[in-house]
Ligand binder design. Sequence first.
Ligand code: HGY
Ligand code: MN
Ligand code: MN
Length: 414
Amino acid sequence: MTPRVDGDRMRRDFDTLSSFGATPEGGVSRPTFSEAHLAARQWFLNRAKAEGLGTGVDSAGNHSALLHARNRNASVLLLGSHLDSVPEGGRFDGAIGVVAALHVLLAIKAAGIDLPFNLEAIDFTDEEGTLMGLLGSEALAGTLTPEALQSPRGGRDALLAGLERAALREDRLHEARRDPATLVGYLELHIEQGQRLERERVQIGVVTRIVGSRSFRIVVRGLGGHAGTMPMDARRDAAVAAARIILAAREIVVRDFPDSVITVGDLRLEPAAFNVVAGLARLSLEFRSQHDADLDAIESAIFARFHADSQADGIDLEVTQVARWQPTVLDPSMIEAIERVAGGLRLTTTRLPSSAGHDAQALAPVIPTGMIFVPSIGGVSHDPREETAWEDVVNGANVLLGTVIELSRRRVMG
Ligand code: HGY
Ligand code: MN
Ligand code: MN
């Protein structure tokens, strides 16, 4: 009889986890290496230890619970996601993947099933990019580069301060790399963060590919001055130039790249006062597409426009690329195994691409990787209103559990 996760115990754990960094609006705020994030990670290790599981933390800060096979030198199947969140985010993004992975280990341990591989539930460091983005998963995959560490999304100072808070050393992050030959693969349960499953009334999403994205920091330099005495035709207003950038970005992508998206999520003016014309503006800009060619085309189209507009307005632009993630295809045999297991559980499934980024896209280039989605109510995510029905979370966890059993069966059958 295939074991099932204990949905009630998993719910209690999820509710405890949601208390770390809980916000009044009903979400969580657990930016990487914040007090709430560090407390959530420690809770995860303590919970695993209390259940008699092994635990470990690697040199990139990835936190793991371990269910050893009889042969401890056997390969490792990784299950997991991330406990960090965006600022003022939701309770489910990342968290259900880590809690479900833990409960898959517990269900297999309770059933006394002896797997042909070690099973590891992993919480990856800094998936959301408060510091870098995919920091822990890229370190484990061996694709984290010194160049990327030099211009991280959150800035060098924040990265160094965060590593220090977590007692991690930049020069040892790369030691987290695992030899792909020692890994069976990676499976991640995650909320869809979109509305497709809900709209189509489907219980399980089987992810086929993950969106690629590019992130830039843009500094806009104009000329500051007195808000009262500076004539309008003499101004080189950085706020106006930043607004032109935001509107041009949206116009180009909506008109020419309808399957892509572009976002300015962070905008700061200096000196930021009522009665001062802003001389400087700092923007974050990111765009995403399922196709590399589109990412290239968007990049050249928007920056050609930004530079042309800024030149005409006597504005100076400084552009720094701070992240670049390739569109990634997931493993066909993992897709097929997830579908087979969900079908066996009489759950409806559909194949779909992910428009959100995930740790899975860091691992997919080096090991067989699969992702399981469960519906997001209203498609809301990265917001305190983020919600998924608990029955759907339990379905997703049982598909994760069943897929582990299916992979072990295939491994034994050879
Ligand atoms: O940004 C993303 O898509 C993911 O939530 N980190
Ligand atoms: Mn996530
Ligand atoms: Mn997220």
